[in-house]
Design a protein around this ligand. Structure first.
Ligand code: ZN
Length: 392
Protein backbone atom coordinates (compact mmCIF):
# COMPACT_ATOMS: atom_id res chain seq x y z
CA UNK A 1 0.00 0.00 0.00
CA UNK A 2 2.71 2.50 1.02
CA UNK A 3 4.83 2.76 -2.08
CA UNK A 4 5.75 6.42 -2.35
CA UNK A 5 6.46 9.24 0.12
CA UNK A 6 3.53 11.28 -1.24
CA UNK A 7 1.24 8.28 -0.69
CA UNK A 8 2.35 8.01 2.95
CA UNK A 9 2.09 11.75 3.61
CA UNK A 10 -1.39 11.83 2.12
CA UNK A 11 -2.56 8.96 4.35
CA UNK A 12 -1.15 10.56 7.49
CA UNK A 13 -2.74 13.90 6.60
CA UNK A 14 -6.04 12.21 5.70
CA UNK A 15 -6.58 10.94 9.24
CA UNK A 16 -8.46 13.63 11.15
CA UNK A 17 -8.00 13.36 14.87
CA UNK A 18 -9.22 16.33 16.88
CA UNK A 19 -12.56 16.92 15.20
CA UNK A 20 -13.38 13.20 14.90
CA UNK A 21 -13.10 11.95 18.49
CA UNK A 22 -15.94 10.24 20.37
CA UNK A 23 -16.03 9.08 23.95
CA UNK A 24 -16.32 5.28 24.00
CA UNK A 25 -19.48 5.60 26.06
CA UNK A 26 -20.95 7.57 23.16
CA UNK A 27 -19.35 5.62 20.29
CA UNK A 28 -20.57 2.13 21.25
CA UNK A 29 -24.31 2.88 21.63
CA UNK A 30 -24.18 4.89 18.39
CA UNK A 31 -22.47 1.93 16.72
CA UNK A 32 -25.18 -0.41 18.00
CA UNK A 33 -27.93 1.91 16.76
CA UNK A 34 -26.16 2.26 13.42
CA UNK A 35 -26.18 -1.56 13.12
CA UNK A 36 -29.92 -1.52 13.90
CA UNK A 37 -30.47 1.11 11.19
CA UNK A 38 -28.79 -1.25 8.73
CA UNK A 39 -31.25 -4.03 9.58
CA UNK A 40 -29.08 -5.96 12.04
CA UNK A 41 -31.41 -7.97 14.30
CA UNK A 42 -31.30 -7.47 18.09
CA UNK A 43 -30.26 -10.65 19.83
CA UNK A 44 -28.59 -11.99 16.67
CA UNK A 45 -25.73 -9.49 16.52
CA UNK A 46 -22.30 -10.78 17.47
CA UNK A 47 -19.56 -8.19 18.03
CA UNK A 48 -15.86 -8.87 17.77
CA UNK A 49 -12.89 -6.78 18.80
CA UNK A 50 -9.44 -6.65 17.21
CA UNK A 51 -7.60 -4.82 19.98
CA UNK A 52 -4.14 -5.10 21.52
CA UNK A 53 -3.86 -7.44 24.51
CA UNK A 54 -3.11 -4.47 26.84
CA UNK A 55 -5.41 -4.36 29.89
CA UNK A 56 -6.24 -0.74 29.00
CA UNK A 57 -8.40 -2.18 26.20
CA UNK A 58 -10.74 -3.74 28.76
CA UNK A 59 -12.99 -0.70 29.18
CA UNK A 60 -13.92 -0.53 25.46
CA UNK A 61 -14.51 -4.28 25.59
CA UNK A 62 -16.84 -3.94 28.61
CA UNK A 63 -18.82 -1.23 26.81
CA UNK A 64 -19.17 -3.42 23.72
CA UNK A 65 -20.48 -6.23 25.97
CA UNK A 66 -22.94 -3.86 27.64
CA UNK A 67 -24.39 -2.40 24.46
CA UNK A 68 -24.39 -5.52 22.29
CA UNK A 69 -25.53 -7.81 25.13
CA UNK A 70 -22.71 -10.30 24.68
CA UNK A 71 -18.98 -10.43 25.26
CA UNK A 72 -17.19 -9.70 21.96
CA UNK A 73 -15.30 -12.40 20.08
CA UNK A 74 -11.51 -11.90 20.21
CA UNK A 75 -10.12 -11.02 16.77
CA UNK A 76 -6.96 -9.23 17.93
CA UNK A 77 -3.32 -9.98 18.64
CA UNK A 78 -0.70 -7.92 20.51
CA UNK A 79 -0.25 -4.51 18.90
CA UNK A 80 -3.79 -4.73 17.40
CA UNK A 81 -2.95 -7.03 14.50
CA UNK A 82 -6.15 -8.55 13.10
CA UNK A 83 -6.20 -12.37 13.38
CA UNK A 84 -7.84 -12.91 9.99
CA UNK A 85 -7.69 -16.71 10.31
CA UNK A 86 -10.36 -16.35 13.02
CA UNK A 87 -12.97 -15.05 10.54
CA UNK A 88 -14.56 -18.49 10.08
CA UNK A 89 -15.18 -19.37 13.75
CA UNK A 90 -16.40 -15.81 14.39
CA UNK A 91 -18.81 -15.98 11.45
CA UNK A 92 -20.11 -19.32 12.67
CA UNK A 93 -21.06 -17.90 16.08
CA UNK A 94 -23.41 -15.13 14.93
CA UNK A 95 -25.89 -14.07 12.31
CA UNK A 96 -25.18 -10.33 12.00
CA UNK A 97 -21.52 -9.54 12.57
CA UNK A 98 -19.63 -6.46 13.76
CA UNK A 99 -15.85 -6.14 13.95
CA UNK A 100 -14.26 -3.22 15.81
CA UNK A 101 -10.56 -2.94 14.95
CA UNK A 102 -8.44 -0.36 16.78
CA UNK A 103 -4.80 0.29 17.57
CA UNK A 104 -4.27 2.23 20.74
CA UNK A 105 -2.14 5.03 22.12
CA UNK A 106 -1.90 6.29 25.68
CA UNK A 107 -2.45 9.92 26.64
CA UNK A 108 -1.42 11.59 29.83
CA UNK A 109 -3.66 14.63 30.51
CA UNK A 110 -1.19 16.05 33.05
CA UNK A 111 1.61 16.45 30.50
CA UNK A 112 -0.49 16.30 27.29
CA UNK A 113 1.88 13.57 26.08
CA UNK A 114 0.79 10.82 23.70
CA UNK A 115 2.31 7.37 24.11
CA UNK A 116 2.33 7.42 27.93
CA UNK A 117 -0.15 5.67 30.20
CA UNK A 118 -0.33 5.49 33.98
CA UNK A 119 -0.22 1.89 35.20
CA UNK A 120 -2.23 2.34 38.38
CA UNK A 121 -1.78 -1.31 39.37
CA UNK A 122 2.02 -1.20 39.14
CA UNK A 123 3.98 -0.89 42.41
CA UNK A 124 4.58 2.85 42.09
CA UNK A 125 1.66 3.57 39.71
CA UNK A 126 4.16 5.01 37.23
CA UNK A 127 3.82 5.69 33.52
CA UNK A 128 4.90 3.34 30.76
CA UNK A 129 4.67 3.31 26.99
CA UNK A 130 1.33 2.65 25.30
CA UNK A 131 1.13 0.87 22.95
CA UNK A 132 4.14 -0.94 24.44
CA UNK A 133 4.22 -3.47 21.59
CA UNK A 134 4.51 -0.72 18.98
CA UNK A 135 7.05 1.14 21.15
CA UNK A 136 9.18 -2.03 21.13
CA UNK A 137 8.98 -2.22 17.32
CA UNK A 138 9.90 1.40 16.63
CA UNK A 139 12.71 1.74 19.24
CA UNK A 140 15.49 0.47 16.95
CA UNK A 141 14.39 2.86 14.18
CA UNK A 142 14.41 5.80 16.61
CA UNK A 143 17.99 4.90 17.59
CA UNK A 144 19.08 4.67 13.95
CA UNK A 145 17.45 8.03 13.21
CA UNK A 146 19.16 9.65 16.22
CA UNK A 147 22.50 8.29 14.98
CA UNK A 148 21.89 9.68 11.47
CA UNK A 149 20.90 13.09 12.89
CA UNK A 150 24.39 13.27 14.39
CA UNK A 151 26.13 11.48 11.50
CA UNK A 152 25.14 14.04 8.87
CA UNK A 153 26.82 17.40 9.48
CA UNK A 154 26.39 20.77 7.85
CA UNK A 155 29.47 22.80 7.01
CA UNK A 156 30.62 25.64 4.82
CA UNK A 157 32.87 24.75 1.87
CA UNK A 158 34.29 27.96 0.50
CA UNK A 159 31.14 29.86 1.31
CA UNK A 160 28.57 27.33 0.07
CA UNK A 161 26.66 24.83 2.18
CA UNK A 162 27.89 21.22 2.23
CA UNK A 163 26.60 18.04 3.87
CA UNK A 164 29.26 15.94 5.48
CA UNK A 165 28.08 12.32 5.73
CA UNK A 166 29.48 9.56 7.93
CA UNK A 167 30.97 6.77 5.77
CA UNK A 168 28.85 4.20 7.60
CA UNK A 169 25.70 5.92 6.35
CA UNK A 170 27.10 6.12 2.80
CA UNK A 171 27.97 2.43 2.64
CA UNK A 172 25.63 0.82 0.16
CA UNK A 173 26.45 -2.84 0.79
CA UNK A 174 24.41 -3.05 4.00
CA UNK A 175 21.16 -4.99 3.85
CA UNK A 176 19.59 -3.40 6.94
CA UNK A 177 19.43 -0.02 8.57
CA UNK A 178 18.81 3.62 7.69
CA UNK A 179 19.63 4.60 4.11
CA UNK A 180 19.90 8.18 2.92
CA UNK A 181 18.14 9.50 -0.17
CA UNK A 182 21.27 11.25 -1.38
CA UNK A 183 19.38 13.16 -4.08
CA UNK A 184 17.43 15.01 -1.37
CA UNK A 185 20.55 15.94 0.59
CA UNK A 186 23.33 16.53 -1.94
CA UNK A 187 23.74 18.04 -5.39
CA UNK A 188 24.99 15.69 -8.12
CA UNK A 189 27.48 16.87 -10.75
CA UNK A 190 26.62 17.35 -14.44
CA UNK A 191 26.81 13.55 -14.98
CA UNK A 192 24.37 12.86 -12.15
CA UNK A 193 27.11 11.54 -9.86
CA UNK A 194 27.73 12.50 -6.28
CA UNK A 195 31.35 13.63 -6.07
CA UNK A 196 32.68 14.58 -2.63
CA UNK A 197 34.34 17.97 -2.41
CA UNK A 198 36.18 16.94 0.74
CA UNK A 199 37.10 13.56 2.17
CA UNK A 200 37.75 13.18 5.89
CA UNK A 201 38.98 10.13 7.82
CA UNK A 202 35.46 8.79 8.52
CA UNK A 203 33.17 10.96 6.36
CA UNK A 204 32.81 12.78 3.03
CA UNK A 205 31.42 16.19 2.24
CA UNK A 206 29.13 16.95 -0.71
CA UNK A 207 27.58 20.18 -1.97
CA UNK A 208 24.12 20.49 -0.37
CA UNK A 209 21.11 20.01 -2.66
CA UNK A 210 19.45 23.16 -3.96
CA UNK A 211 16.37 22.38 -1.84
CA UNK A 212 18.40 22.02 1.35
CA UNK A 213 20.32 25.24 0.60
CA UNK A 214 17.01 27.06 0.18
CA UNK A 215 15.61 25.60 3.39
CA UNK A 216 18.71 26.55 5.37
CA UNK A 217 19.34 29.92 3.74
CA UNK A 218 19.27 31.58 7.18
CA UNK A 219 22.05 29.36 8.42
CA UNK A 220 25.38 31.19 8.27
CA UNK A 221 28.26 28.89 9.13
CA UNK A 222 31.83 30.04 9.53
CA UNK A 223 34.51 28.21 7.54
CA UNK A 224 35.53 25.17 9.58
CA UNK A 225 32.34 25.18 11.66
CA UNK A 226 30.23 22.00 11.54
CA UNK A 227 26.84 21.35 13.09
CA UNK A 228 24.68 18.18 13.11
CA UNK A 229 21.77 18.26 10.67
CA UNK A 230 19.46 17.27 13.57
CA UNK A 231 15.77 17.93 12.95
CA UNK A 232 16.52 19.12 9.40
CA UNK A 233 16.88 15.43 8.46
CA UNK A 234 13.35 15.15 7.10
CA UNK A 235 11.40 11.93 6.34
CA UNK A 236 11.82 12.22 2.56
CA UNK A 237 15.63 12.24 3.02
CA UNK A 238 15.93 8.64 4.28
CA UNK A 239 14.27 5.24 4.45
CA UNK A 240 14.72 1.97 6.33
CA UNK A 241 15.34 -1.59 5.23
CA UNK A 242 15.21 -4.75 7.31
CA UNK A 243 15.14 -8.45 6.57
CA UNK A 244 11.68 -9.25 7.89
CA UNK A 245 9.60 -12.40 7.90
CA UNK A 246 7.02 -11.68 5.21
CA UNK A 247 4.68 -14.54 6.14
CA UNK A 248 1.15 -13.10 6.43
CA UNK A 249 0.49 -12.55 10.14
CA UNK A 250 3.96 -13.95 10.85
CA UNK A 251 6.19 -12.71 13.67
CA UNK A 252 7.06 -9.46 11.84
CA UNK A 253 3.54 -8.46 10.70
CA UNK A 254 3.51 -5.27 12.76
CA UNK A 255 6.94 -4.13 11.59
CA UNK A 256 6.14 -4.99 7.96
CA UNK A 257 3.10 -2.75 8.13
CA UNK A 258 5.00 0.17 9.62
CA UNK A 259 8.46 0.10 7.99
CA UNK A 260 7.68 2.21 4.89
CA UNK A 261 6.11 4.89 7.08
CA UNK A 262 8.89 4.67 9.72
CA UNK A 263 10.64 7.93 8.58
CA UNK A 264 7.38 9.79 9.37
CA UNK A 265 6.97 7.92 12.66
CA UNK A 266 10.47 8.65 14.00
CA UNK A 267 10.27 12.34 13.01
CA UNK A 268 6.74 12.80 14.39
CA UNK A 269 6.29 14.98 17.50
CA UNK A 270 4.19 12.03 18.80
CA UNK A 271 5.80 8.87 17.37
CA UNK A 272 3.47 6.40 19.13
CA UNK A 273 0.37 8.31 18.01
CA UNK A 274 1.54 8.36 14.39
CA UNK A 275 2.55 4.69 14.57
CA UNK A 276 -0.80 3.60 16.05
CA UNK A 277 -2.67 5.61 13.44
CA UNK A 278 -0.68 4.02 10.61
CA UNK A 279 -1.12 0.57 12.13
CA UNK A 280 -4.89 1.09 12.10
CA UNK A 281 -4.78 2.25 8.47
CA UNK A 282 -2.50 -0.57 7.28
CA UNK A 283 -4.40 -3.25 9.17
CA UNK A 284 -7.77 -2.09 7.86
CA UNK A 285 -6.48 -2.01 4.28
CA UNK A 286 -5.14 -5.56 4.71
CA UNK A 287 -7.83 -7.19 6.82
CA UNK A 288 -10.97 -5.80 5.16
CA UNK A 289 -9.85 -7.60 1.96
CA UNK A 290 -9.64 -10.90 3.80
CA UNK A 291 -13.13 -10.29 5.21
CA UNK A 292 -14.51 -9.33 1.79
CA UNK A 293 -13.14 -12.56 0.30
CA UNK A 294 -13.87 -14.93 3.20
CA UNK A 295 -16.48 -17.56 2.26
CA UNK A 296 -17.55 -17.62 5.93
CA UNK A 297 -18.99 -14.07 5.69
CA UNK A 298 -21.07 -14.79 2.57
CA UNK A 299 -24.79 -14.47 3.17
CA UNK A 300 -24.15 -12.58 6.43
CA UNK A 301 -24.45 -8.96 7.40
CA UNK A 302 -21.03 -7.59 8.27
CA UNK A 303 -19.94 -4.19 9.54
CA UNK A 304 -16.18 -3.87 10.03
CA UNK A 305 -15.22 -0.58 11.71
CA UNK A 306 -11.61 0.55 12.18
CA UNK A 307 -10.28 3.40 14.27
CA UNK A 308 -7.92 4.50 16.99
CA UNK A 309 -8.35 4.04 20.74
CA UNK A 310 -6.88 6.91 22.77
CA UNK A 311 -6.48 5.69 26.34
CA UNK A 312 -6.56 8.58 28.78
CA UNK A 313 -4.78 7.47 31.93
CA UNK A 314 -7.10 6.80 34.88
CA UNK A 315 -7.14 9.60 37.43
CA UNK A 316 -7.19 8.95 41.20
CA UNK A 317 -10.45 7.23 42.08
CA UNK A 318 -11.03 5.89 38.55
CA UNK A 319 -10.85 2.19 37.72
CA UNK A 320 -10.66 2.55 33.97
CA UNK A 321 -9.22 4.86 31.34
CA UNK A 322 -11.54 7.36 29.68
CA UNK A 323 -11.01 5.94 26.22
CA UNK A 324 -11.79 8.02 23.13
CA UNK A 325 -12.41 6.48 19.73
CA UNK A 326 -11.39 8.09 16.45
CA UNK A 327 -13.15 6.30 13.58
CA UNK A 328 -11.03 5.78 10.47
CA UNK A 329 -12.98 3.72 7.90
CA UNK A 330 -15.53 0.91 7.68
CA UNK A 331 -16.45 -1.95 5.38
CA UNK A 332 -20.11 -2.83 5.08
CA UNK A 333 -21.48 -5.96 3.47
CA UNK A 334 -25.11 -7.07 3.29
CA UNK A 335 -26.56 -10.55 2.93
CA UNK A 336 -26.76 -10.26 -0.85
CA UNK A 337 -23.05 -9.54 -1.10
CA UNK A 338 -23.44 -5.81 -1.79
CA UNK A 339 -20.46 -4.12 -0.20
CA UNK A 340 -19.03 -0.67 0.26
CA UNK A 341 -16.36 1.27 2.11
CA UNK A 342 -17.17 4.23 4.34
CA UNK A 343 -14.33 6.74 4.52
CA UNK A 344 -13.66 8.70 7.73
CA UNK A 345 -16.03 11.67 7.20
CA UNK A 346 -18.89 9.41 6.07
CA UNK A 347 -18.37 6.95 8.93
CA UNK A 348 -18.23 9.76 11.47
CA UNK A 349 -21.43 11.29 10.09
CA UNK A 350 -23.18 7.91 10.15
CA UNK A 351 -22.27 7.50 13.84
CA UNK A 352 -23.17 11.08 14.79
CA UNK A 353 -26.57 10.66 13.12
CA UNK A 354 -27.42 7.95 15.68
CA UNK A 355 -28.74 8.33 19.20
CA UNK A 356 -26.57 7.66 22.25
CA UNK A 357 -29.56 5.95 23.89
CA UNK A 358 -29.62 2.21 23.58
CA UNK A 359 -32.75 0.58 25.09
CA UNK A 360 -31.22 -2.87 24.45
CA UNK A 361 -28.15 -2.18 26.63
CA UNK A 362 -27.62 -4.75 29.33
CA UNK A 363 -27.29 -3.84 33.01
CA UNK A 364 -24.10 -5.81 33.57
CA UNK A 365 -24.34 -5.76 37.38
CA UNK A 366 -27.91 -7.08 37.25
CA UNK A 367 -26.88 -9.72 34.69
CA UNK A 368 -24.05 -10.87 36.97
CA UNK A 369 -26.47 -11.03 39.93
CA UNK A 370 -28.83 -13.24 37.91
CA UNK A 371 -25.91 -15.54 37.02
CA UNK A 372 -24.79 -15.83 40.64
CA UNK A 373 -28.24 -16.20 42.25
CA UNK A 374 -29.82 -18.73 39.88
CA UNK A 375 -29.88 -22.45 40.70
CA UNK A 376 -26.49 -24.01 40.16
CA UNK A 377 -26.44 -26.35 37.20
CA UNK A 378 -25.00 -29.70 38.14
CA UNK A 379 -22.28 -30.57 35.66
CA UNK A 380 -22.59 -34.29 34.92
CA UNK A 381 -23.25 -36.69 37.81
CA UNK A 382 -20.86 -38.34 40.19
CA UNK A 383 -21.40 -41.64 38.34
CA UNK A 384 -20.84 -40.34 34.81
CA UNK A 385 -17.75 -38.37 35.76
CA UNK A 386 -16.19 -41.41 37.38
CA UNK A 387 -13.89 -43.44 35.17
CA UNK A 388 -14.78 -47.11 35.77
CA UNK A 389 -11.44 -48.23 34.29
CA UNK A 390 -9.51 -46.23 36.80
CA UNK A 391 -7.65 -48.45 39.33
CA UNK A 392 -8.65 -47.70 42.87
ZN1 ZN B 1 -0.69 -2.28 22.98
Amino acid sequence: MFTSPSNIEELIRGFHLEDSMLRYSSFVPRLYNYCRSLGFEPGRILPSRAFCSDESQGYPTILIAKHFGTFPFNHGRGGAIVATQRHAPFAEHGQDLVIVQASHVGYDPETAAFGQYRRIHAQHAGHSTSCGKIAGVIARYQREYAFAQGGVLLESCGGSLCVCIDNGLLRGNRSEGLFLNLTRLAEPDANGEFIPVRAYSTSKSFPASAALQRELSDLHLREGERIPIGAHLQPTMFFFQRDLDETPEGRDQQELGLISAMPWIVTSPHPLLTAAQINTQVEFDRAFRTAAQAPSFRGKRLLYVSGLNIDISPQPGENFPTTHFVPWAAYLQDRDGRARILEQPELLMALLAQSEDNPDAVDLEAAITVMSEGDMVRVGSAASLENPQRPR
